[in-house]
Design a protein around this ligand. Structure first.
Ligand SMILES: NC(=O)C1=CN([C@@H]2O[C@H](COP(=O)(O)OP(=O)(O)OC[C@H]3O[C@@H](n4cnc5c(N)ncnc54)[C@H](OP(=O)(O)O)[C@@H]3O)[C@@H](O)[C@H]2O)C=CC1
Ligand SMILES: O=C(O)CCC(=O)C(=O)O
Ligand SMILES: [Mg+2]
Length: 745
């Protein structure tokens, strides 16, 4: 590939990162052009994905290309270089809001059929389902995951420690999970001895055969699992835990991942809401049924549905719901000022972010009175819930972690090719009738895995490909070698799936020279304890984990160490040879959008984007022999370091430096570094004028950027903001905009 044709794909996503992109991308594009690199965009926002799904409803001018599918295809090519920002994994409620906004803007897309009545509605719903939940990441993640805090970032956190609330040994906070009947307890797992096509079928007690999934093509040596969550056991568990919280006077909170686990977790969430408000749900069962109330989408759905009823009936329902609170525990709040509880929407409390936030707050969450309180954190699936109990135990005993001295815990995660639970959505089913759930070889009729299930149980099949496991082990070894840190594989020999992985890990470790490396395998609970004992002694430990723990740990440790996972470097070396550079490990920060719209202050920290861009440029430089790209990467890293040293990250407070101001400083320091270097005279000449203009106008630019704050602004939409309006809001400094144009061609 010639230097002229070099391309980096920068994704356009949603919410805060999308807004930040309006300000950052013009800076990036003007700098990278100097090295012959085109930074092109790819819109994978919810709105773009919805529009791409329904071209026949749109005029020619309104049609948009299927960018996500195209990007997915590119991940399979060796030259691909993608910078992927976090995007919304939409709940049904968010999808409906997005549809409404698009319809209001003249896009005649169909309504979302909540309760599809005919084939056409069923097909529309199925198409919309492709846009809900975690629809983007699994398509793009054709590689395993390497997430870590770069040295400069860790040093910054040590020098500028974020606040950590104290832990008391008397804290009553704890984790509650199921002890039987959940996915962990009945799991079965095998490694295939040849490639096979299988089907997933239910043989009902009444003798019917229901094909749930007609065909899944499996590769030789692939690991597959069959597991189910018993509805009966789940409901009993909720009854017991709600009662326990009420009796012992501790606040109740539910932590699931309804975004990523888009089929199973909304169901798990819905059962909890129905048990909590059991009396009201029993009394109004028929009416709720007629109205199509579905609290798998949260209490917001119920409140929305009852608005069609006469006022007196609405009041009666609300009274009955309130009455339930008398014999129920206090509920943790998402927004106590607005009265929004943990049950409002299934994606308000997302376990990977919510549990670290709780642990950072000394094991507390917000109560209805706006106070922080101890809490029973309910996570029905026991498979990974135990790691949180272990860290809570540790904090009760040792106190809060100290960001000034604690070690770091990078992660190497098994993620490629839709590994494990995070790739199971199309193979997850709510069972309609009691029976036997089989995974059966299509050619031979041989039943590979079989489970006895009952109506209401959630049954799923997970897969992980041998090539993905082999690549994961290789990545762990190379990270151990390059960092000098020990690696712990968090694998539980008592769990059938992980027992299969242990065999493979041991086998693939033999393919590498591991002399002098410290590589161990431990169950999750032991691994957590071992890692934490090292963490408090300032020692570093790489966690090598499966896909869910990759997600959980890469929020948990960064939030303890750095105050946020936004400051992580997140690399996905694509198995086909390309690279995807994710930014941070956190979400799309809906609260930040609210602050921008109300006060014109964006507190999103784009550090993750800066870090990702530097590795993306470096990789491109190496692969295409483009020395200018390498120099851009080196100077960008220097600029990021300087930005941290000078504390030019965004402040959360309106009126102070925000995301836009932080981008200005990046541009200033980057231009100065390029103008000062002597490796490439042409680049030096090109950047001298912009470095001068930015340096001379520092005060003026910062004043222009801060002066606009404090008032509400209109960006013309939430899911599809107006480009011109948002551009004006996000680029308010005429002096900065003019200076950027001085990068000589
Ligand atoms: N890779 C991806 O595409 C990911 C997408 N998501 C999606 O994002 C949405 C929201 O997820 P949720 O888990 O609630 O997380 P949030 O986006 O709400 O993040 C949690 C909190 O972390 C802080 N934070 C995260 N990133 C930054 C940043 N760059 N700069 C400053 N602060 C930051 C903010 O704290 P504060 O409010 O105190 O400033 C924020 O409220 C969901 O739709 C989820 O699916 C989630 C994770 C990864
Ligand atoms: O895709 C998603 O919904 C979120 C992914 C996530 O949380 C992560 O990868 O850390
Ligand atoms: Mg996550």
């Amino acid at each position: 590939m010639s230097a002229e044709k070099s391309k980096i794909i920068y994704t356009l996503t949603d919410e805060a990162p999308r807004l930040a992109t309006y300000s950052l991308l013009p800076i990036v594009q003007s700098f990278t052009a100097a090295a012959g690199i085109d930074v092109v965009t790819s819109d994978i926002s919810v709105a773009a994905r919805v529009l791409a799904e329904f071209p026949e409803f749109l005029s020619d001018e309104q049609k948009v290309p299927a960018t996500l599918a195209e990007l997915g295809r590119l991940t399979l090519l060796p030259d691909t270089n993608i910078i992927k920002l976090p995007n919304i994994s939409a709940s049904v409620g968010q999808l409906q809001a997005c549809i409404k906004e698009l319809q209001g803007k003249g896009y005649a897309i169909p309504d979302f059929p909540e309760d599809p009545k005919n084939d056409e509605e069923k097909s529309i719903r199925a198409r919309y389902s492709k846009c809900t939940g975690s629809a983007v990441n699994p398509v793009l993640r054709e590689g395993n995951s390497d997430r870590r805090a770069p040295k400069a970032v860790k040093e910054y956190a040590r020098k500028n420690p974020h606040s950590m609330a104290e832990w008391s040994q008397a804290s009553r906070s704890h984790v509650s999970h199921m002890h039987h009947g959940d996915f962990y307890h009945g799991e079965k797992s095998i490694t295939l001895n040849k490639a096979r096509d299988v089907k997933m079928e239910l043989i009902t007690k009444s003798g019917k055969t229901v094909i749930l999934k007609p065909k899944v093509s499996l590769l030789d040596r692939e690991v597959i699992d069959s597991m189910f969550m018993s509805k009966k056991a789940l409901v009993e568990f909720y009854e017991k835990e709600i009662e326990d919280a009420h009796k012992t006077g501790v606040m109740f909170s539910l932590h699931v991942k309804a975004t990523m686990m888009k089929v199973s977790h909304p169901i798990v969430f819905g059962h909890c809401v129905k048990i909590f408000y059991k009396d009201a749900f029993e009394k109004h069962a028929k009416l709720f049924d007629e109205l199509g109330v579905n609290v798998n989408n949260g209490m917001a759905n119920l409140y929305d549905k009852i608005t069609s009823l006469p006022q007196s009936k609405q009041d009666e329902i609300k009274r009955d719901l309130h009455a339930c609170h008398e014999h129920r525990p206090e509920l943790a709040m998402v927004d106590s000022a607005k009265g929004i509880t943990n049950f409002h929407s299934p994606n308000d409390v997302i376990v990977d972010a919510s549990m670290p936030a709780m642990i950072r707050s000394g094991g507390k969450m917000w109560g209805a009175d706006g106070r922080l309180k101890d809490v029973k954190a309910v996570m029905p699936e026991s498979t990974f819930a135990r790691i949180y109990q272990e860290i809570i135990n540790f904090c009760k005993w040792h106190g809060a972690f100290d960001p000034k001295t604690m070690g770091t815990v990078p992660n190497v995660g098994l993620m490629a090719q839709q590994a494990e639970e995070y790739g199971s959505h199309d193979k997850t089913f709510e069972i309609a009738e009691d029976g036997v759930a089989n995974i059966t070889d299509l050619a031979t009729g041989e039943v590979l895995l079989s489970q006895n299930v009952e109506a209401g149980d959630i049954w799923r099949m997970c897969q992980v490909k041998d090539a993905a496991i082999r690549d994961w082990v290789k990545l762990a070894v190379s990270r151990a070698r390059n960092s000098g840190m020990p690696v712990v594989f968090w694998l539980d020999a008592y769990r059938p799936h992980e027992a299969q992985l242990i065999t493979k890990v041991k086998m693939y470790l033999h393919e590498h020279d591991t002399t002098g490396l410290d590589i161990q395998i431990m169950s999750q609970v032991r691994a957590m304890r071992y890692t934490l004992e090292r963490v408090i002694r300032g020692e570093d430990t790489i966690s090598a984990t499966g896909n869910i723990l990759r997600d959980y740990l890469t929020d948990l440790f960064p939030i303890m160490e750095l105050g946020t996972s936004a400051k992580m470097l997140s690399i996905v070396p694509l198995m086909a040879g390309g690279g995807m550079y994710e930014t941070g490990a956190g979400g799309s920060a809906p609260k930040h959008v609210q602050q921008l719209v109300e006060e014109n202050h964006l507190r999103w920290d784009s550090l993750g984007e800066f870090l990702a861009l530097a590795v993306s440029l470096e990789d491109l430089g190496i692969k295409t022999g483009n020395d200018k790209a390498k120099l851009l990467a080196k100077t960008l890293d220097a600029a990021t370091g300087k930005l941290l040293d000078h504390n030019k990250g965004p402040s959360p407070k309106t009126g102070q430096l925000d995301n836009r101001g932080s981008h200005f400083y990046l541009a200033l320091y980057w231009a100065q570094a390029l103008a000062a270097q002597t490796e490439d005279a042409a680049l030096q000449t090109q950047f001298a004028p912009v470095a001068k203009a930015l340096t001379e106008n520092e005060e003026k630019i910062v004043a222009e950027l801060n002066a606009v704050q404090g008032h509400a602004v209109d960006i013309g939409g939430y899911y599809l903001p107006d480009v011109a309006k948002t551009d004006a809001v996000m680029r308010p400094s005429a002096t900065l905009n003019a200076a950027l144009k001085t990068v000589a061609a």
